[in-house]
Every structure is written in structure tokens, then in C-alpha cells.
Design a protein around this ligand. Sequence first.
Ligand code: CAA
Length: 390
Amino acid sequence: MTTAAPLIGLIDLAVATGHHVVDLGDLAVATGVDPAKYHVGIGQDQMSVLAPDEDIVTMAASAAAPIIERHGAERIRTVLFATESGIDQSKAAGVYVHQLLGLPSGCRVVELKQACYGATAGLQAALGMVARNPQEQVLLIAADNARYDVDSPAEATQGAGAVAMLIGTDPALLAIEPVTGVHTADVDDFWRPNDRSTAVVDGRLSVTAYVDSLLGAWDDYRAHGGLDADEIDRFCLHQPFTRMAAKAFKQLTQHTGVSRDDTAIASTFAYNRRVGNSYTASLYLALAAVLDTEADVAGRRIGFFSYGSGSVGEFFTGVVQPGYRAALRPGAVMAQLDARVPLDVPAYRKIHAGAVLPSETDAKNPHVTTAPYRFAGIVGRARRYEHTSS
Ligand code: CAA
């Protein structure tokens, strides 16, 4: 007699973003652009901006802390930190998070990178680890600070955010299904070389590369036993800006021949419209929006498309679990978004210009953030972080 494999997936999920917000209407006025281009043409309303004493580590720790508070850390043997805005070419950003959260030393910590796809690579790795050792849980954190040059077409598609997820058996939120479709193509659509803190992007190429990757990953998903499109209730597609996902979804429906109305994707946009691009976190922020803002999606199957420029894409599915609403934190994300401190365009650009501290000398950051963790500065040739609410 064979026993059914245990369900594995998301036990918990929590979100953090930056201290500041810039209204894209203000950016449009300041740069002589019709605001409708941002609100309608790219489907964005605001973008989160980090205070000088915030970075991917502080967002990641803030996102993960409520998960540790609720579930403890006894079963966490692995921390996977996915980012494409890394702060060190060597040490994993997750090691700082491990210390800030007081996680046990019997734990492995590693950083993953493949543009915005990194968190999905982490999810697949976590599923494998848990399948091999079902007693263990993996803390998976996606955190990014999306920065482009000012006055570039990409300026309005910046943002910052982190999503922390606890992966294990008995997933209270979402069980991830085994079939997956993958697609890799060497494309020069996006580049952040080591001498730059902002990304260089070929916007037009990136849009076509995204759609090619979606259709390629979908075909691979189907070739490996994936479901028909009409068996999938919601589609969470990577959201560098929400209109990108909407346009790509239209292409997918044409490709599959299954026409769908807006209810299949509309709820996925609620948070990303206000956070902006959070790169590898953005797909999971879209999931958070579905779970938080829809009345009841228990039993519904969600299709996910993860895209990382360069490029790697993956299509997979998950089923929302019965009783999932009891595992949510109602209103928590909206409260964070509403609490952000607005910046006018000159003030945001001043922060943008000073975002990188030199490594050769000590530098202390001003106290700005009200988040539980802050990046104090570089002292004695090391990054220093503080738990502010202790
Ligand atoms: N009212 C309504 N709509 C308007 C408008 C107005 N007044 N003015 C323009 N628009 C519409 C345009 O018609 C266009 O819509 P369509 O695509 O349907 O034609 C849309 O607004 C955008 O206008 P443009 O194409 O002229 O915009 P742009 O060239 O100035 O910038 C962009 C767009 C190239 C995507 C730029 O934002 C960019 O480079 N962004 C960063 C790259 C990116 O996010 N790429 C996405 C795929 S890559 C990826 O997914 C990985 C990742 O996270 C980066």
C-alpha cells in the first residue's frame, strides 16, 4: 500500500516595505509626463522608497519577524534569501537576518540570485528539502530594492518590498502542486553590473522577453502534465508594473485559446500598484493581495508565473487551503502602505542619489525608519544593524 505524499507549501507569509512613498502623479508632474501614462499605461499609483537606514536586510527581518513570533524557529533549519539587490558579493544577506531574528545556529543560510526569479528558485529548493525531511521548515525571504536611473523611462517602475514565507508540511495557506514548467533564454534585457547601483534595462526587449518566457514556460508546463488553463482560477504573474502582467495575461489567453475575464487577475494587483516593483518579492506580494483582499478563495487553484530577466521563467500552481483566512494578518499590509511617509520628488531624488555608502570609511545613517530593524551604517568595515524596538 502506498501512502499519499504530504502536502507541502506555504504555512505563513508576511510582508514589509519601505518607510517612504512617492506618488506617481507627483513624479509625472515633475517630469512633464501625463499622469495617466503611469496610472493607466503602466498601471502603477505609487512606489515605496527606502529611508537611508533601511535596506533589503531590514525589510527582510521586518517581514520575517511576525512569522517567527507566531511559529517559533525550532523547525527552521534553512534560511533562503532571494534578491537581485544584494549588499555584499560574498556574505549572504540572510546571515544578518538570522542574527537579527535570533535564529538557532543549527541552520544553513544562503542567498539566491537570478533577477526577479530568485524567490521561485528558493521555493522549489525549499519544497525539495521539506520533501526529504518533513520535520524541517524553510524560511524563504524575497527582498529587493528596485532602483533605476532618474529621468529614465524605468524611473516610475521602481519600488521596494520583502515577502517572508514559511515553507513546510501541513501548509495552512497554499499547497504547491508538483508539476512545473520552466524556460531559460540568454537575453540581454537587464543588467546590473558590479560598478552600478542602478539597473540598466532595455525596456522594450524586456517586455517581449517576459512574454516569450511566459509562453515558453506555459508550453513546458503543459508538456510535463500541467492542467488546462480553465482549471486554474487565478493567475499571479510577475509584476514589474501591473499593466505588464495584464498584457501578458491577454497573450496567454490567446495562446491557450481559453478566454478569461478580469476576475482571474484583478485581485493580484492591489499591493503592487502601491509598492512598485519589488523584483523577486513582487510575485508573492501578488499572492498576498489575492489572499488578503478576496472574500474567500479556499480550494481555488492559483497559477504563478515567475520571471527573472536574463532570463528564467517558471509556471507552477498552488491550491489555497481550507481555513486559510485564520492564518492571515487582516489589514496588516494596507496599514503599512497607509503609514508610509510621503516624499516629494526632490526629496526622493536626494535619497536616490545617496543610496550607497562607501566601504572604506565609517558612516552612520540618520535615524529615520520606524520599522523594527534599521541599518545603522558601516562601522569598522562591517555593516551594522540594530533592532530598534528592543
Ligand atoms: N494615457 C494612457 N496610457 C498611456 C499614456 C497616457 N497619457 N501615455 C502612454 N501610455 C501607455 C502607452 O501606450 C503604453 O501602453 P502600451 O504598452 O499598451 O502601448 C504604456 O503607457 C507605456 O508607455 P511607453 O511604452 O511609451 O513607456 P516607456 O517606453 O516610457 O516605458 C517601460 C515603459 C519600457 C516598460 C519602462 O517603464 C521600463 O523600462 N521599465 C523597466 C523594465 C521593466 O519593468 N520591464 C518589464 C519586463 S522585465 C521584468 O519583468 C523583470 C523586472 O522586474 C524588471
